[in-house]
Structures are given as structure tokens and as C-alpha cells.
Design a protein around this ligand. Structure first.
Ligand code: 6GU
Length: 222
């Protein structure tokens, strides 16, 4: 899979791309992630990318020209174009799975003050990561990228992703490691019993209890 991200703040991605599972996925050639500066596609001599809104009002608006030129330079027949905006569909694990079917994803990071409405016409899908406002779409695009990349075959152990919370609309069961007694907080006996039938039964019960208590909305979706 190739993911091309269009942003005005390419340095925001340095840490994200240079550590842990994402870095390993890139090193193992499971994914190619390219960061593009929208400013590089400005035709203005001063490389301007935003301007005042017609009709007046607060803030600057990202102009359509550099965004269109960037997308036109990068897209091909396989591309799926996502626009990050708080007005998009609310992101979830199902959408992450669906996105893994694309060979090429282009993500446009929205601007803090907004983008020209005509930018919308470039997008196959508009995505929000939740009901709060970020200063820009960069963090949101990293959320999308991270959640999709970890689902690509060979990036993490298969068990890890098939047991994910939300796959079956159940939260994960509790897990423990050494020591058995930590400051008086002890590991449940069943986990030390070696009886895998009982362990699996206990884990499923824990998942159901936890989901009922913390996320009853998920149980309704089951
Ligand atoms: Cl995609 N962008 C911004 N600026 N804020 C958000 C968001 C996106 N999703 C949730 N809040």
C-alpha cells in the first residue's frame, strides 16, 4: 500500500514515521508513506497557499489551486482520496478495515481555518476522527494511517489484530504479567490454572461485563 499525505506542516510527521511499528512497516516495505508539502504546489511567487474569505469573516482559507495541483500530480487510477475535516464521517475500526482494500490512499490534511469549498470535489471520502476540533488535520491523518497500517498483513502478529477491541464490538479482556502478586493486587487464579477452556470462558465473560459497564452502546451494535 502507498499512502500519500498532503499537508502544510510536513515536520509534524517526523516522529510518527521514525519510531516503532510504523517505522518497521516502512522498513519491511509493507507500506510506503510519502509526505508532501502543499506549499510546493503553489503557483504564487511568494508560495502563498491561503487567502481572505470572500464575503468577509475570520481567518484565512486554503486556496484550491495548490491542493488540486498536488492531488493531480500524485493520483492515479488506483487512488482513493480522503479529506480530513471535522465535518466528515466519524472514523471507526470498520472504516480502517475497509481502507486496507486500497492500493493507494491520498490524505489531504485540512487547514486550521478551513479550506475552499471546491477542495471537497477532490475527495472520495471526508473523514473526522471525533467530535472535537483540532488545529489541523495532521494528527487526524496520522490516526487514520496508524490504524490502517497495523492491519496490513505482516505488520503485526495476526492474533494481535484479530483480537482487537471493536472487531466483535467487545472490549478486550484484562491481561496480566509477572509478578503474580504486585503490592497486594493479585492475578486471578484461573489465569494460573493452565485450564484453557476455563481461561477462554473467563476472558469472554470479562469482555462482556466490561463492555456492558463501559460501552453499552457497543453491545447494541452486536
Ligand atoms: Cl479530520 N480535522 C480537524 N481539524 N479537527 C478534527 C478532525 C479533523 N477530526 C476531529 N477533529
Amino acid at each position: 500500500m502507498i499512502i500519500d499525505i498532503l499537508t502544510l506542516f510536513p515536520n509534524n510527521f517526523n516522529g510518527f514515521l521514525s519510531e516503532s511499528i510504523i517505522k518497521r512497516a516502512i522498513d519491511k516495505k509493507k507500506v510506503v508513506i510519502n509526505i508532501h508539502n502543499i506549499r510546493d504546489y503553489s503557483l504564487d511567487i511568494h508560495k502563498r497557499v491561503d487567502d481572505y474569505p470572500f464575503g468577509g469573516g475570520e481567518g484565512m482559507v486554503l486556496m484550491p489551486e495548490p491542493v488540486f495541483r498536488a492531488v493531480e500530480a500524485i493520483r492515479n487510477e488506483d487512488s482513493f482520496v480522503i479529506l480530513m475535516t471535522p465535518q466528515g464521517v466519524k472514523y471507526n475500526q470498520k472504516i480502517a478495515y475497509d481502507l486496507t482494500s486500497h492500493k493507494h490512499i491520498i490524505i489531504i490534511c485540512g487547514h486550521y481555518e478551513g479550506f475552499d469549498e471546491r477542495v471537497r470535489s477532490l475527495a472520495d471520502m471526508e473523514v473526522s476522527i471525533g467530535d472535537y476540533i483540532l488545529t489541523g488535520g495532521e494528527l487526524a491523518s496520522m490516526v487514520i494511517t496508524d490504524s490502517v497500517v497495523r492491519l496490513i498483513d505482516g505488520v503485526i502478529a495476526k492474533d494481535s489484530s484479530t483480537n482487537d477491541s471493536f472487531n466483535n464490538n467487545l472490549l478486550d479482556y484484562p491481561v496480566y504479567t509477572k509478578p503474580r502478586d504486585f503490592r497486594g493486587m493479585v492475578v486471578p487464579d484461573v489465569l494460573l490454572s493452565g485450564n484453557h477452556e476455563n481461561i477462554n470462558k473467563w476472558r469472554l465473560e470479562q469482555q462482556q461485563q466490561r463492555t456492558k459497564l463501559r460501552r453499552p452502546d457497543l453491545l447494541e451494535k452486536r
